[in-house]
Design a protein around this ligand. Structure first.
Ligand SMILES: Nc1ncnc2c1ncn2[C@@H]1O[C@H](COP(=O)(O)OP(=O)(O)OP(=O)(O)O)[C@@H](O)[C@H]1O
Ligand SMILES: [Mg+2]
Length: 275
């Protein structure tokens, strides 16, 4: 689907962590530019350590870039609270809060009163497959349910843009497939703009309108591929020749990036490195 307006613009973003990498500097991102349209579902794939989580931390306003800009609706936002929902890679539900109180955390941080936050969250419990578990402790939930609770928190916190950093990375294959289908259905209903990080090329193609491939450290964008498969999508599409072609197209630069992961620090390139 062709997007109508640009929701998120990342313009020439670079990030160097000073004093990291054994006392030296680590350049995690170099000149990253991406654009996400309103209501688009875009994935980023890249080798471990190429700076995907760093990119998300910057977009969410948690980490300052060394250079470059992040724009929402074409403007540099003063305050991202309530606009961007971020589900970090190691998302943790707070064990001392009930499932319901975990899902309302972002709303409460945005200043929404507890009663109103509860109402908003409860209205979504059924759709997020959590009905009946409102008063439970997170420890009582299955892996998939924990992820759905964390997704609900992110969904409620970010009205405009959701950043999801490998939300299904730790799930078994079957639960993961279920969760992908469920996320597609939820997204199809709401059309929130989603930026999704995954290691899994098949997951990226299955879910997305577009996929960016990142190169090894320091991360840059090496490919931007449109996924023009019809929606709604069902598992059968993964057997489609067009699906397999897209997968191949993405795997090539990704395998090259994994074979040459780049280097830590800003010192001279390692022997054999072509950087
Ligand atoms: N707070 C930090 N201080 C110093 N270096 C950091 C910090 N956070 C990340 N890095 C470094 O920046 C690089 C990119 O890390 P990042 O976590 O963004 O990668 P990633 O692509 O998300 O990796 P993965 O796929 O394993 O989650 C790595 O070399 C990492 O060691
Ligand atoms: Mg990461």
């Amino acid at each position: 689907m062709q997007a109508t307006a640009t929701k998120l613009t990342v313009d020439g973003l670079s990030k160097t962590y000073r004093g990291a990498g054994g006392g030296g500097n680590v350049t995690a991102l170099r000149d990253v530019s991406i654009e996400i349209g309103e209501g688009e579902f875009v994935s980023i794939v890249g080798p471990s350590g190429c700076g995907k989580s760093t990119l998300f931390n910057i977009i969410a306003g948690l980490v300052a870039p060394s250079s470059g800009r992040v724009l929402l609706d074409g403007d540099q936002p003063d305050d991202l609270l309530g606009r961007v929902g971020y589900m970090p890679q190691r998302d943790m539900l707070m064990p001392w809060r009930t499932v319901l109180d975990n899902t309302t955390l972002g709303l409460e941080l945005n200043g929404v009163r507890k009663k109103k936050a509860h109402q908003q969250a409860l209205a979504e419990f059924e759709r997020f497959g959590l009905a009946g578990f409102e008063k439970q402790w997170p420890a009582k939930l299955s892996g998939g349910m924990k992820q759905r609770a964390a997704l609900l928190r992110t969904f409620l916190a970010g009205r405009e843009l959701m950043l999801l950093d490998e939300p299904f990375g730790a799930l078994d294959a079957l639960t993961r497939a279920e969760m992908q289908q469920w996320l597609l259905d939820v997204w199809q209903e709401d059309r929130k703009t989603i930026l999704f990080v995954t290691h899994d090329v098949e997951e990226a193609v299955y879910l997305s309108d577009r996929v960016y491939v990142m190169s090894g450290r320091p991360g840059g964008i090496s490919l931007d591929v449109e996924v023009d498969l019809p929606r709604p999508r069902r598992a059968e599409v993964t057997m489609d020749p067009a699906f397999l072609d897209l997968k191949q197209k993405l795997l090539k630069p990704l395998e090259a990036a994994v074979a040459d992961p780049g280097r830590i620090g800003d010192g001279p390139a390692a022997p054999g490195s072509n950087r």
